[in-house]
Design a protein around this ligand. Sequence first.
Ligand code: ZN
Length: 140
Amino acid sequence: MASPEQLDALEQAANAMSRAIYRRLTEPLADRMESRTRQRVLDACELTMRRISDEPNFARPSRFLFEELRPYFPLYEQLWVRTVVDRHVTIACEILSRLPRQRSECGAFTRAGESCRREPVAGSEFCPSHRHLEKMDSVG
Ligand SMILES: [Zn+2]
């Protein structure tokens, strides 16, 4: 089972990543950006990091964040925003994917047809009893 310390580590990493993107995006514009807008930028960064850590199948996270952010930046800065977002989100995905998930449950069903609630093996979607299912997946 993931210990409380490990869950903390995931949350802390997600927060640190949100802050890093936020600072990178807002510091150069600090004197031109209202605090309300800065808050929205931070909210978008936090939402994206939370989704990356909670949703293993979250598709195209950097595109998602960029779409959230673009209303707050002038057109001529959007290429720069996109670059910053891409770079940071790539790193964040790598770091967050190495940490344990918060709601980790085996992806299989029991013989009774209910979701298996056991903890998956590290690096796997399945618990020890259902791990063979993963091998079948990768063969097919
Ligand atoms: Zn299982």
